[in-house]
Design a protein around this ligand. Structure first.
Ligand SMILES: Cc1cc2nc3c(=O)[nH]c(=O)nc-3n(C[C@H](O)[C@H](O)[C@H](O)COP(=O)(O)OP(=O)(O)OC[C@H]3O[C@@H](n4cnc5c(N)ncnc54)[C@H](O)[C@@H]3O)c2cc1C
Ligand code: FES
Length: 288
């Protein structure tokens, strides 16, 4: 069992957990993730390690409520336990001095991009970060990103904070202004990563994306996370999750991620119904 040392919402539906996991904290490198299971019957879900503290023996994760398991996880609090946390998994980000790097985080992808941004900054790169969210209340890790960036650009889809628009608008501006860019790292929704890849392909800028296919075992055995890279099958859990954006077949990724949509929607509806009936029982008990 892995104890939650601290849990706090960063934004509606987005929660950061500090988990006691000393072995993982000692080994973790930027870009790696854990697979966790909340209870015996629970499904395994992959979550990126946002930060770790080897001395305290803790790792941080940031979780966005997407379906049944992430909702259940985000209902846990300080002092609760998670049954299994396996990791660190996946290949670490390739950290070296590239020169000027642009880090792009979309939504909860900002939490996944943060450790890579911090490591690239420590390595002496000039780090220009672009973070985007749907609206002001969903913007996360602004001060953390600012601390590891030479410049931070912010966009919101609805213009409720900073500049209205998409992260790709800022990337386009940098390119049009003639900013020298040696590497782009983009983490976020598939549609965002694909748009970044299309933009940088034309400019011949090396670009890395972190892919989020369905994962089950995380060890290269089940084939669940198969992605198509340069026309060949690779397993994101052991060969990635980071890949050369210009070689990724995003259409296949979208199709494979949609394969279980009906089952996911059913299981979320059952979860919500159970939660509502539990809340109704509690309310009835309080009235008596
Ligand atoms: C390497 C990696 C790192 C990730 N890091 C983070 C992170 O730091 N924070 C975060 O909030 N989310 C992260 N995710 C996404 C997260 O794993 C999914 O949101 C979660 O599994 C959804 O489970 P659910 O039961 O709540 O939702 P469901 O209703 O089951 O699914 C909602 C959507 O989540 C995706 N998904 C479902 N099951 C899985 C699975 N087993 N593996 C991967 N994706 C799945 C599918 O696209 C699906 O459409 C990461 C995914 C990958 C592959
Ligand atoms: S999750 Fe099973 S092979 Fe990658």
């Amino acid at each position: 069992m892995f104890k939650i040392i601290h849990a706090q919402f960063l934004a509606p539906g987005i929660k950061r957990f500090v988990i006691h996991a000393p072995r993982i904290a000692r080994k973790q490198k930027p870009g790696q993730f854990v697979i966790l299971r909340i209870h015996e019957e629970g499904e395994r879900i992959p979550i990126t390690i946002e930060n770790s503290d080897p001395e305290r023996g803790t790792i941080n994760i940031v979780v966005q409520s997407a379906g049944k398991t992430t909702n259940l996880l985000n209902s846990l609090n300080t002092g609760d336990h998670i049954l299994d946390v396996v990791g660190p998994l996946g290949k670490p980000s390739e950290i070296k001095n590239y020169g000027t790097v642009v880090i792009i985080g979309g939504g909860v992808g900002t939490a996944m991009a943060y450790p890579t941004a911090a490591a690239l900054k420590r390595e002496g790169n000039r780090v220009l970060s672009i973070v985007g969210a749907r609206s002001k209340e969903l913007m996360i890790l602004e001060s953390e990103m600012r601390a590891v960036s030479d410049a931070l650009m912010i966009t919101t889809d609805d213009g409720s904070y900073a500049d209205k628009g998409f992260v790709t608008d800022k990337l386009r501006q940098l390119i049009q202004n003639g900013t020298r860019i040696d590497l782009v790292v983009a983490v976020g929704p598939i549609v965002m990563m694909k748009a970044v890849a299309e933009m940088t392909r034309k400019e011949n800028i090396h670009t890395v994306v972190s892919l989020n296919p369905i994962m089950i075992d995380g060890t290269g055995m089940c084939g669940g996370c198969r992605v198509q890279i340069d026309g060949k099958s690779e397993f994101a859990c052991v060969d990635g999750p980071e890949f050369d954006a210009h070689k990724v077949n995003f259409e296949v990724l979208v199709q494979r991620n949609a394969m279980y949509r009906d089952a996911e929607q059913r299981s979320m509806a059952e979860f919500k119904a159970r939660q509502e009936s539990e809340q109704a029982c509690v309310a009835q008990g309080e009235q008596r």
